[in-house]
Design a protein around this ligand. Structure first.
Ligand code: UDP
Ligand code: MG
Length: 323
């Protein structure tokens, strides 16, 4: 029997929950029909410390519907943490994180499940058209992903949010990642596996207002860069090395010039040489510290060194075919 877990982080969304269920149920039912007659769904809501009636509504819904579960966090931990909690507690063979505000259209779930049944372990949902977002949000998101992908050690697909399908194998790997600064989009990409992509058009928010403030988005962006890259730390080695080299060359010229033509401004040569050399050395040592810090950061994250896709086949279970 297959279970499909729909994981929905909610923060002060009392008006959006029933709208969401009305829209999601038909799509999820259609997806279950693809999987098989005994497939079932689990709607796992994560109440991220809401201060409105969200928790009460969820408690009532969970009591009335056997397929609705609710997990309440003790305070507002932010969407990334709420989503991590949902992924930890989801029981399904495939897990689909989705926003409650219907900006991630539930109809896409059918396409995701189809791709999953065809063998994909991760199915990304890519926003083909972001015209429902403001011009500023679109431009900043595009700039951010361009920068992130330049710096990052592994590609993080543009226009793919948290809305995607993760199969049990992928979920079990994500659950092992204990890092504190959570950037789910980066982690979902880091794990690898067979990835498929489905396109969709992002809708405008169904009810309520966005819970992201500019400051929170900024911290998410910084988390994204610092958890997926070490490049900004190491760049100073190269800049510092370059400047130190130039300084050394210029210092040689100055010293030779002073020896050959004598002193024109007393002290100029020695001050310039000292300033340039120290500046270059400062940057170079910052870069060296950065190299170590980058490694420390990577160690502290404790991500596994590699992720195995399929376990090694054992000879006893896989007899060689007779010819
Ligand atoms: N959310 C959450 N905790 C927060 C902020 C948001 O669980 O601290 C949930 C919110 O209820 C919604 C989803 O995360 O289901 C996306 O939030 P929102 O629509 O405000 O973000 P946006 O679409 O503007 O990026
Ligand atoms: Mg939204």
């Amino acid at each position: 029997m297959s279970t499909l877990s729909i994981v929905i982080p909610v923060y002060n969304e009392q008006d959006a929950i029933s709208l969401f269920l009305d829209a999601a149920r038909p799509a999820v039912t259609a997806a279950l029909a693809l999987i098989g007659p005994d497939a079932r769904a689990e709607y796992l809501f994560i109440d991220d410390g809401s201060s409105d009636r969200t928790a009460d509504i969820l408690a009532i819904l969970a009591r009335l519907n056997p397929d609705i579960r609710c997990l309440s966090l003790s305070r507002n931990f932010g969407k990334e943490a709420a989503l991590a909690a949902g992924i930890d507690h989801a029981a399904g063979d495939a897990v689909i994180p989705i926003d409650v505000d219907l900006q991630d259209p539930p109809g896409v779930i059918v396409d995701m499940v189809r791709a999953w049944l065809a063998g994909a372990q991760v199915v990304n949902a890519r926003r083909a058209d972001r015209s429902s977002d403001s011009w500023l949000k679109r431009a900043s998101a595009q700039g951010f992903y361009a920068l992130l992908n330049r710096l990052s050690d592994y590609p993080i697909p543009e226009n793919v949010g948290d809305f995607r399908l993760l199969d049990r194998q992928a979920v079990d790997v994500i659950k092992q990642l204990g890092e504190q600064a959570r950037f789910n989009k980066g982690l979902f990409s880091w794990i690898g596996f067979r990835v498929a992509t489905v396109d969709y058009v992002r809708a405008a928010r169904g009810a309520g207002t966005t819970k992201w403030r500019l400051g929170k988005l900024w911290s998410l962006a910084i988390d994204g860069i610092t958890t997926s890259t070490t490049m900004p730390l190491r760049i100073w080695s190269y800049i510092g090395g370059g400047i130190a080299l130039l300084a050394f060359a210029y210092a040689t010229v100055l010293v030779l010039h002073t020896i050959v033509t004598g002193v024109d401004v007393p002290g100029y040569a020695s001050i310039m040489v000292a300033v340039l050399m120290l500046g270059g050395l400062n940057l170079l040592s910052l870069g060296i510290i950065g190299e170590y810090l980058g490694r420390v950061a990577r160690e502290v994250r404790k991500r596994p060194l590699y992720v195995v896709d399929a376990p090694v086949a054992h000879a006893a279970h896989q007899p060689l075919e007779e010819e």
